[in-house]
Write a protein that binds this ligand. Structure first.
Ligand SMILES: Cc1ncc(COP(=O)(O)O)c(C=O)c1O
Length: 331
């Protein structure tokens, strides 16, 4: 990946174009079955551009209540787009049709026309959970049948594709736009690709400019994404198996409660079961033993990637078991 970055052919992406960035965009669009793609600096910006474009005329935005866009990105989206949000509570990230309909009805009762319906796959805060091809089809049709554009926040869509054995294009089929991050499991240092239908890509290009996301010799970083897309998805099988192994190991300890149903891809969310748990002490204890984790007193996650082996997983369970025995009074 580093060699590809060092050797990348570059140009000015705001002027004559950057050939490596164009190649990443074309590769991404082909993998998602979309007309085109746009390389942007972050997943947050990709989602923001999608909202800006799709809610220009109709201000309503329907999305899952614990999705990344409805939580971490909510303030940015509200401030910068003025879209009015209608959240729908899902189960493991999956929204029921009646609940989606109810959100559209709430918007209509407020006199708001819904321009955009968003679906997240995998669903981060539900545990990295999967929405199957048939669930995606149902949700995408639901949005479109109600006259809204549909955007897929597919930050980890290739994790979903590998776990389900379904090509990514089939998971986003019928959507107007979809994005994924090259900077997560795909191993690249920077960026996301926002793909969509032709009408969307043209408008998104302009919105990317407004957001300051049009770059210059971006091929240097785009090159990493091309390598990531080619080489990394096959490693997700191992990441997912390691997440399961970690969840099984940690669930034997009295410190955490884990809903095994949510362990579907490369994440393990734990709920803290001991009120004496001190997250800062836990983070330090782990860090000093080579494990990086950001904890809190209630619920947090472990994320697996290609640099973490099954041996590392076993060591992690061992270290946390030692922590539980030496640092915490028994319940
Ligand atoms: C589902 C989802 N969407 C979007 C993002 C935002 O990506 P970025 O950190 O590149 O802005 C994240 C980040 O964790 C995410 O989990």
């Amino acid at each position: 990946m580093l060699r590809a970055m060092a050797e990348a052919e570059v140009g000015d992406d705001q002027r004559e174009g950057d050939p490596t960035t164009r190649k990443l965009e074309a590769t991404a669009a082909e993998l998602l079955g979309m007309d085109g793609g746009l390389y942007v600096p972050s997943g947050t910006m990709a989602n923001l551009i999608a909202v800006l474009v799709h809610t220009r005329d109709r201000r309503g935005l329907v999305l899952e209540a614990s999705s990344h866009m409805a939580t971490v990105e909510a303030q940015g989206i509200a401030t910068l787009t003025q879209a009015r949000t209608y959240p729908v509570r899902g189960a493991f990230g999956v929204m029921a049709s009646d609940d989606v309909q109810a959100a559209f009805d709430r918007a209509a009762a407020d006199g708001i026309s819904v321009g955009l319906f968003c679906v997240e796959n995998t669903h981060n805060s539900a545990g990295g959970t999967l929405l199957t091809e048939s669930e995606m089809k149902r949700l995408i049709s639901l949005g479109r049948d109600r006259g809204a554009a549909v955007h897929v926040d597919g930050a980890r869509i290739f994790n979903a594709s590998v776990a389900l054995g379904t090509p990514a294009a089939r998971l986003v089929e019928g959507a107007d736009s979809a994005m994924f991050c090259i900077s997560k499991g795909l191993g690249a240092p920077v960026g996301s690709v926002l793909c969509g239908r032709a009408y969307f890509v043209a408008a998104a290009k302009q919105a990317r400019m407004w957001c300051g996301g049009a770059m210059r010799q971006s091929g240097v970083i785009a090159a990493a994404g091309i390598v990531g897309l080619k080489d990394y998805p096959e490693r997700f099988v191992t990441d997912h198996a390691n997440a399961r192994r970690l969840a099984e190991g940690l669930s034997k300890l009295p410190l955490f409660e884990i809903d095994m149903r949510s362990v579907q891809t490369n994440m393990v969310y734990v709920r803290v079961a001991n009120p004496e748990f001190d997250p800062t002490q836990f983070e330090r204890y782990c860090y000093e033993r080579g494990i990086r984790v950001r904890a809190n007193k209630e619920r947090f996650r472990f994320v697996l990637h290609h640099q973490i082996s099954s041996k590392d997983v076993d060591k992690t369970v061992e270290v946390i078991e030692q922590f539980t025995r030496s640092c915490l009074p028994p319940l």
